[in-house]
Design a protein around this ligand. Structure first.
Ligand code: ASP
Length: 316
């Protein structure tokens, strides 16, 4: 057994414009903090980084406030198509599914693919895999998401993307997303990252999210990152590997976030990211108004819900 390290966890539930109400903030804060605490408990009980990431993704996919698994947003044609990926930093191995329907936990498909020769599957292949794994058919659409889509249809789809993120009631707002992500460092120094999404919402059929690409979810033995926000912006910055490689080449995690988010601001991007490095540093950054993230340092639990509007990075 290697040296014992104090485990770390950071999770996110999306980035976007400010939360609608103070009540909304408090309720999401509680959900995120409870989940981060549960993941930490799993790590203390012996789960490795990858297992803890899968466990955390399940909890977030099950929470209908977030745009992943149950509660995913509907695409332009009124259907749910989800994408998820998992990266084992120690093995430096990526796996994922793109635009899968009718499963409860898209993360389970990505986890299964970790040990396969073919590790990223799109729609048909993902559906076949779900059948092969005997996963029960599950409809992730909720009444609230359906109402939001109907409202958009009544407005002749004026918005470029769904107006939701981690809100428990129907509200009229724009540029809100609720993708989920989990990054973990375990007690043996292994890193893993997972990201799961219903996409931007209202997108054209076949659009591919960053969440099932290395651009949105990447880890190696030095650092692990999960991103959220406008997928096209995340892809254009190649955000997750950009930060990970900076850390690999010698920057601290905080410096890597600060440099990458300064560039993102200059390039007019709209997204957020969370990460952990092998020393146990935790960091987050955003160009969006708000990033819904919570972390566990081993001694403290904190969150980023009220960290001010605009570009910002933080470490702990
Ligand atoms: N990045 C996701 C996508 O563009 C959306 C999100 O993070 O909320 O598919």
């Amino acid at each position: 057994m290697g040296m014992q390290i104090q485990p770390k966890v950071i999770i996110h539930g999306g980035a976007g414009s400010s939360l609608h109400s103070k009540g909304g903030v408090e309720s999401i804060r509680k959900d995120l903090r409870d989940i981060v605490e549960e993941i930490y408990g799993k790590l203390l009980a012996g789960a490795d980084a990858k297992m803890a990431v899968i466990y955390g993704c399940h909890m977030l996919e099950d929470n209908p406030c977030f745009n992943a698994g149950k509660g995913s947003v509907l695409q332009s044609d009124g259907q749910v198509r989800m994408s998820a990926s998992l990266m084992d930093g120690a093995a430096q191995r990526f796996s994922g599914v793109i635009n899968v329907s009718r499963v409860q936990h898209p993360t389970d498909l990505a986890a299964f693919l970790q040990d396969c020769d073919d590790r990223v599957l799109s729609d048909y292949g993902s559906a076949e895999l779900a059948r092969e794994m005997c996963l029960p058919v599950f409809d992730p659409a909720t009444e609230l998401r359906l109402k939001e889509w109907q409202q958009e249809r009544a407005n002749h789809f004026q918005k470029a993307m769904a107006g939701v993120v981690a809100e428990k009631e129907l509200i009229d707002t724009s540029a809100r997303r609720g993708t989920i992500g989990v990054v973990v460092l375990d007690s043996e120094g292994r890193l893993a990252a997972g990201t799961s999404t219903g996409g931007k919402g209202l997108e054209r059929i076949g659009r591919v999210s960053d969440s099932a690409m290395p651009a949105g979810n990447y880890a190696n033995p030095f650092a692990g990152i999960s991103c959220t926000g406008i997928g096209e912006d995340i892809i254009d910055e190649c955000l997750a590997p950009r930060i990970v490689i900076r850390v690999t080449d010698g920057l601290s995690l905080g410096q890597a976030f600060a440099r990458s988010f300064t560039e993102a601001e200059q390039n007019g991007r709209d997204f957020g990211a969370i990460g952990i490095d092998r020393t146990g540093a935790i960091a987050w950054g955003k160009t969006s108004d708000v990033l819904l993230a919570a972390y566990h340092t081993g001694t403290d639990i904190g969150d980023t819900l009220e960290q001010g509007i605009g570009t910002m990075t933080g470490t702990c």
